[in-house]
Design a protein around this ligand. Structure first.
Ligand SMILES: N[C@@H](CCC(=O)N[C@@H](CS)C(=O)NCC(=O)O)C(=O)O
Length: 222
């Protein structure tokens, strides 16, 4: 029986969230590691927008938004109760804030040179700092949530934690020293637990670039 195929890129936070949910579901898939500057034709054929992750189901159905991959996998099997359907509206709001204004500011903070047209009179450095301040508005919202409980929605980990943590990790890693010096103890505690988790380690194995016709790589690794 053929397995679902997941096109992924190890360091992409969208692909990471999909792999986190996939691993949590207990399902298996064939993982195809993509190099973004050398995307395989099979990925483009499956999804012309050719972003990762993309899930191709044995039925031919294509799911090419990371959040939909998470919902699909956990909709099949959710042994940890990550979906928490009673909180779905809040989860969707958190994901919208993350993938929208936070991600936009994160990209500009991390790679200011790619947005030179937006600098105006500012230097690259002051532009990046302004973007970092914008991103911190979202971090402050997360801090308020995490001050009152262990995870974003309460005392149990949920899809929201897995969907947002890879992006907060990327934000922190942009300047670890600066991030560590901020007064956001609850976010720092939550992120440190995520970074140290066997859950993250399990989805961060390194794979060679996928080549058409190669032996399938089964994910997650056993
Ligand atoms: N909204 C998409 C965004 C996915 C996305 O933008 N992924 C990046 C990698 S982190 C990508 O594939 N970019 C295409 C490229 O760089 O060519 C999702 O949630 O799946």
């Amino acid at each position: 029986m053929s397995l679902p195929i997941l096109y992924s890129f190890r360091r992409c936070p969208y692909a990471m969230r999909a792999r986190l949910a996939w691993a949590a579901s207990g399902l298996q898939c064939e993982l195809r590691e993509v190099v973004l500057r050398d995307k395989p034709q099979a990925l483009r054929d499956a999804s012309p927008k050719a972003t990762v992750p993309v899930l191709v189901l044995p039925t031919g159905q294509i799911i090419d938004e990371s959040i939909d991959v998470m919902y699909w996998a956990l909709g099949q099997s959710d042994p940890e109760g990550l979906l928490q359907p009673e909180h779905e509206a809040t989860i969707r709001d958190l994901v919208r804030a993350n993938d929208g204004p936070f991600k936009k500011a994160l990209d500009r903070y991390k790679y200011p040179q790619r947005h030179e047209a937006e600098f105006g009179e500012r230097s690259a450095e002051s532009y990046a700092q302004a973007q970092r301040e914008l991103a911190m508005q979202h971090i402050a919202d997360l801090e308020a949530r995490l001050q009152s409980h262990t995870y974003l929605l309460g005392e149990r980990i949920s899809l929201a934690d897995l969907a947002l943590a890879p992006f907060v990790r990327q934000f922190a890693h942009t300047n670890d020293e600066w991030f560590a010096a901020q007064h956001i103890p609850a976010v720092q505690r939550w992120l440190a637990a995520f970074v140290a988790s066997p859950r993250l380690e399990r989805v961060m194995s390194k794979y060679e670039q996928w080549q058409e016709g190669q032996e399938p790589v089964i994910f997650p690794p056993v």
